[in-house]
Design a protein around this ligand. Structure first.
Ligand code: KG4
Ligand code: ZN
Length: 338
């Protein structure tokens, strides 16, 4: 009999469900929430309500696309945290109800472990995955960290953000430029037409492998403020150059720390994950460095960079193999530790 894992991700503003059959991804369906666009950021209460509306059709679609019915599911995995409590509650409650109804095991998954193990999402048996130990850099809207992955569930954080995350830097700078939300993809697109050397922005001098992006955000804000005093159309006239310069600075910081991590650990097996790993400039720079320094680089497919249930399902599958199940009284946790 095959192992059929159904998984749910509902930590922020995407409702997603996926199905794995014997560790191979069969479906991954994501419903985004456009309701937040007009507010320039995710409104937690609106996110929970949208999850409630989306969850049943999203699960239904994922099962149908995978060609299985609820009674064929072996276990259900869900994101326990970190994330928005109301949003997590919707996924957790659904997972519990489904586990009770089908009398199958429930598996809690840490969202960050999902990003770290996203390079293990395989659509076919032939797909190559990282070998242990490898270095994983997660760059998302809420987290920036470098982890040594010694085994599926043996990970050590060697660097993390001391203030804003990389995605937050993209989003907040885009917001002050009057661009939409989320800002990362908009900056990415604009940056293609701009000169990355047009504006020189500061890079933080943080010891070791930790990251800081709040100084860059403030410097960017001051750059706009000072220039707007002289020219009210400054942003409009320099949009692409601003985006390209900001993106280049963020990439330099990320790639710089990753190179340092490789030097310090001697590990050249590298994977990245999280929403910011969708950034085309970051992907190109990493590919160039990998070629030059002989890294074995794993870049996730675009769909598996931002939040998705496939990354939750793959962790769920490995936990299933370890008989690592959760009790039915488990609660979601907004600040779940890594
Ligand atoms: O992993 P994710 O979907 O959610 C969190 O767990 O936070 O990441 C969302 C973040 C947002 O900050 C978004 O602006 C950023 O990923 N992002 C990007 C790109 N696509 C998404 N940042 C830069 N370039 C992109 N192409
Ligand atoms: Zn995420």
């Amino acid at each position: 009999m095959s192992i059929n894992i159904l998984s749910i991700e509902s930590s922020c503003d995407d409702t997603s469900a996926a199905v794995f059959i014997d560790g191979i991804l069969k479906s991954n369906f994501i419903a985004g929430q456009s309701v937040h666009e007009q507010y320039g950021g995710v409104v937690p209460e609106l996110a929970s309500r949208a999850h409630q509306q989306n969850i049943v059709p999203v699960i239904d679609t994922a099962l149908k696309k995978a060609g299985i019915i609820p009674t064929q599911v072996s276990a259900i995995a869900f994101t326990r945290g970190p994330g928005l409590l109301g949003s997590l509650l919707v996924g957790t409650s659904f997972a519990k109800g489904f586990a009770i109804a089908q009398n199958i095991p429930l598996i809690e998954v840490n969202h960050l472990q999902g990003h770290v193990l996203s390079s293990f999402i395989r659509e076919s048996k032939e797909q190559i995955v990282p070998k242990f130990p490898f270095l994983s850099m997660t760059v998302s809207g809420g987290h920036t960290q470098i982890v040594i992955v010694k085994d599926y569930f043996d990970m050590e954080i060697i660097g993390s953000a001391i203030d804003d995350a990389a995605g937050e830097a993209f989003d907040k700078c885009a917001k002050v430029m009057g661009l939409g939300y989320p800002g990362g993809p908009i900056i990415d697109k604009l940056a293609h037409q701009g000169n990355p050397e047009a504006f020189i922005l500061p890079k933080p001098k943080i010891q070791g492998l930790n990251f800081s992006f709040s100084g860059l955000k403030t410097a960017f804000l001051y750059l706009l403020r000072d220039n707007l005093k002289i020219n009210a159309d400054f942003i409009e006239e320099n949009k692409a150059n601003l985006a390209a310069s900001l993106q280049k600075t963020i990439i330099d910081i990320l790639v710089g720390k990753l190179r340092r991590a490789v030097r310090e650990t001697g590990i050249k097996e590298i994977s990245i994950g999280g929403g910011v790993s969708a950034n085309s400039g970051l992907r190109e720079s990493l590919q160039a460095v990998a070629l030059k320094e002989k890294w074995n680089l794993f870049l996730p497919k675009m769909t598996y960079t931002t939040d998705n249930a496939a990354m939750i399902g793959i962790v769920g599958y490995f936990k299933f193999l370890n008989n690592d199940f959760s009790s039915l009284d488990i609660l979601p946790s907004a600040r779940l530790k890594f």
